[in-house]
Design a protein around this ligand. Structure first.
Ligand SMILES: [Zn+2]
Length: 504
């Protein structure tokens, strides 16, 4: 009985002890519990035995060796009981999917496309969705394509799905009606492709329509097996566009706001400014311009040339219209006066060093007529033609050195002397401001300069007194015809131009 009581007591002790802290505290608890499972006599002997001695203390003592051996034995037992590294620990894995379940799983799964995944590409058939054996076709296809250039018509049709035969016929029909090359770039082709017997065949061309020209539309339609072409003219209204308004603070802006296209306003400004400085036109002046215009019945508008430029309602008023006379189109005012032409330009950049007239020659030493003016310029400076003309002389000429003479018509001429290099040849036409030579010091010259002469009927005249300005005048029948033209222009009604598409 006392044993039983002791046994119970020991049990109570074991349970009352905290297991974790007992181990951590050197196994005191466990050591005290051991006697409970051994006979009382042995338990008495083992009561003082520490099964888990602290290996950090009493190193080398029998107790320590016993503890080390216990530790080694435990490690060895653990090592022997553990599974090896290369042997997997078997667990329960689900069986691989197959059939519809696999398809459904793949359709919803995420996997790299590079690994052949069909994620999101194809829905797996389900009870509600069944794959179709054949897809239905649209009965007709309406299609638009842009034509790079007319000669590409056939290939553009073929690229748009028209069969080779139909595309060939259509291109030939159009080519018979008009030169393919005359079709504007980027023309929009409208086409209708019809039903085909089966998918191996191209769809037949049912209709092809496009704007072949500003005043023409072409339609190709199918009747039965044949394609027929129809050329439909588009009505064009060629009434010129007339725009008027107050100049206000800016002629350009006012004209643009009134509906004149930008190019027409620029041409108007160029034309008017050749007669009257635009800055001198007051805000209360009225501008009046007429330009060619073609309006298609379908709404498109094309603008043409400026036909009239006028400023009215103030002191500097002017009325100008172009008129062809002598093979040249020029702007004339109401009185038949053309623009000034032929203003001289400086033949070389430099300063005047010697004037026209009698002087003591710097080299010859005696009084002699100086038949031109001298302009001092660095050696090799570009020499320009002073006025439009034809080169008459280009070469060496005694005291002049290298000389160029240009004929300007009406008995007028210019000469350029002491040149270092001549860049034109006799008979060549030159424009005002065109470089004809390089200045120099050739001939009787004391330093680099250009000797510039003007001649009238071969005789030298003072360039100061020469005006090359020529004004063309219309007279007689030409003047009458021009004024009749001006009157007809004045009858053009003031129209409302299209809204400026690129207004500021
Ligand atoms: Zn000179």
């Amino acid at each position: 009985m006392p044993r039983a009581i002791g046994h119970q007591r020991q049990h109570r002790l074991f349970f009352r002890d905290d297991h974790g802290s007992g181990l951590a505290g050197g196994g005191g608890g466990l050591a005290r519990a051991i006697p409970a499972v051994v006979p009382a006599k042995l338990g008495h002997r083992l009561a003082g035995l520490d099964l888990v001695p602290d290996l950090g203390a009493d190193i080398g003592s029998p107790t320590w060796f016993r503890g080390a051996a216990t530790c080694a034995a435990l490690c060895a037992a653990t090592w022997m009981l553990a599974p090896s590294v290369d042997q997997p620990i078997l667990g329960i894995a689900p069986a691989p999917l197959s059939g519809k379940a696999e398809q459904a799983q793949q359709a919803q799964a995420i996997a790299p496309l590079a690994s052949g995944s069909r994620t999101g590409i194809h829905a797996a058939p389900t009870r509600l969705v069944q794959p179709l054996g054949d897809t239905p076709e649209r009965p007709i296809i309406e299609h638009e394509a842009k034509l790079g250039s007319g000669t590409m018509l056939r290939s553009v049709l073929q690229r748009s799905g028209v069969g080779e035969a139909d595309a060939g016929i259509a291109a030939r029909l159009v080519a018979d009606a008009m030169p393919l090359g005359s079709i504007q770039r980027n023309t929009l082709l409208e086409m209708t492709l019809g039903r085909r017997p089966d998918k191996s065949q191209p769809r037949p061309l049912e209709r092809l329509a496009f704007r072949a020209a500003f005043d023409r539309r072409i339609e190709i339609t199918r009747t039965g097996a044949a394609l027929a072409i129809k050329s439909i003219p588009i009505a064009i209204d060629r009434t010129p566009l007339r725009v008027q308004g107050l100049i206000g603070s800016s002629l350009y802006r006012s004209a643009r706001a009134a509906g004149a296209p930008a190019k027409a306003v620029e041409a108007f400004l160029r034309t008017v400014s050749s007669r009257v400085p635009v800055s001198r036109l007051g805000a209360s002046c009225k501008f009046d311009l007429i330009l060619g215009q073609a309006r298609a019945a379908t709404g498109e508008v094309q603008y043409g040339q400026l036909m009239y430029a006028g400023v009215t309602g103030c002191a500097n008023g002017i009325k100008l219209a172009p008129w062809e006379s002598g093979g040249k189109t020029e702007w004339f005012d109401a009185g038949g006066t053309g623009g000034k032409t032929g203003m001289m330009t400086m033949p070389v950049n430099g300063r005047f060093s010697s004037a026209f007239g009698m002087r003591t020659h710097p080299i010859l030493g005696f009084n002699r007529m100086h038949k031109g003016i001298d302009i001092a310029a660095p050696y090799g400076s570009p020499v320009y033609a002073a006025v439009d003309g034809v080169v008459r002389v280009a070469g060496r000429s005694a005291g002049y050195g290298n000389l160029v003479r240009i004929d300007h018509g009406s008995g007028f001429g210019t000469g350029y002397a002491h040149l270092s290099k001549i860049l034109v040849r006799p008979g060549q036409s030159v424009r005002k401001g065109q470089q004809i030579a390089r200045s120099g010091n050739s001939g009787l010259s004391t330093g680099p300069h250009l000797h510039f002469e003007t001649t009238r009927n071969g005789a030298a005249v003072n360039p100061r007194g020469v005006s090359f300005v020529s004004v063309r005048r219309l007279t007689g029948g030409a003047l009458g015809a021009f004024q009749a033209r001006l009157r007809s222009l004045m009858a053009v009604p003031v129209g409302h131009g299209a809204q400026p598409e690129d207004a500021e």
